[in-house]
Ligand binder design. Structure first.
Ligand code: NAD
Length: 244
């Protein structure tokens, strides 16, 4: 039913581990070649790329801090050079600095907005012109249930993810006629390094009775990438935590 992703080129940010890694592998299984962006842990990024190649797709690992303009420009240029183009962009890179209201600093706020929100803006600005020119593109932003709900990380994190959903709708409206869809996938409480310390305290309150997996988030991303009629939406993957 979904459109084939065969021979499409995907760039997934923060794909050396966790949800990003699961997304990179799922897109490859759906037929895409994948550029695996990472910030640190080069060995993990190379392992992800190796697993994708074992699936018969092309893959390379590219180091870049996607919160920095120059590094994003370099990343997109290198991927373009090696793969020819970028058809699917998944803005997954993110940080969750857990802070109570009384300990939250301006630095925490700025860093969170830079990594979680500005990175998505920088990557989108760098790739959409090529997508528009080829009249085909998919941009998928990994938001969070915290964009609309209380969340467990902090107000700075809520703000960064709500901003990401605003960015999603802003681009979606302006790119719909150009064959480029822009959507968000919003997970909550997925088992990764990010949620390690939260596992025990949270699993019990999730209606389905367990935390989610990166693969379950990746399934939603592949669905969105294969659907040309869906744009400006947020798909929640949250075990029934909330329904908005
Ligand atoms: P994770 O910490 O395992 O992965 C985050 C990845 O982003 C890491 O690979 C990290 O190196 C990378 N990254 C961070 N800053 C970067 C930068 N400046 N440049 C490039 N890469 C950078 O966490 P995860 O759970 O896999 O999170 C992936 C995304 O999902 C994040 O955006 C996160 O906010 C979101 N999310 C996660 C959950 C959850 O329950 N795990 C819930 C909601 C949203």
């Amino acid at each position: 039913m979904t459109e084939s992703l065969t021979a499409r080129v995907a760039l997934v940010t923060g794909a050396s581990r966790g949800i990003g890694r699961a997304i990179a592998l799922a897109l490859a299984r759906a037929g895409a070649d994948v550029a695996v962006n990472y910030l640190e842990r080069e060995a993990d990024a190379q392992a992800t790329a190796g697993q994708i190649r074992a699936l018969g797709r092309r893959a390379e690992a590219f180091q870049a801090d996607v919160s920095r303009t120059v590094e994003v420009a370099g990343l997109v240029e290198q991927v373009g050079h090696q793969f020819g183009r970028i058809d699917i962009l998944v803005n997954n890179a993110g940080i969750a600095l857990r802070r109570g209201l009384d300990e939250l600093t301006e630095d925490d706020f700025d860093r969170t907005l830079l990594v979680n929100l500005k990175s998505a803006f920088l990557c989108t600005q760098a790739v959409f012109p090529g997508m528009r020119e080829r009249a085909w593109g998919r941009i998928i932003n990994i938001s969070s249930g915290a964009a609309r709900g209380a969340g467990v990380v902090g107000a700075h994190y809520n703000a960064s993810k709500a901003g990401m959903e605003g960015l999603t709708r802003g681009y979606a409206a302006r790119l719909a006629r150009d064959g480029v869809t822009v959507n968000a996938v919003a997970p909550s409480l997925i088992e990764t390094d990010m949620t390690g310390p939260l596992r025990a305290e949270n699993a019990a309150r999730i209606p389905v009775g367990r935390m989610g997996t990166g693969d379950e988030v990746a399934m939603a991303v592949v669905m969105v990438a294969g659907n040309g009629y869906m744009t400006g939406q947020t798909v929640q993957v949250n075990g029934g935590l909330h329904f908005n």
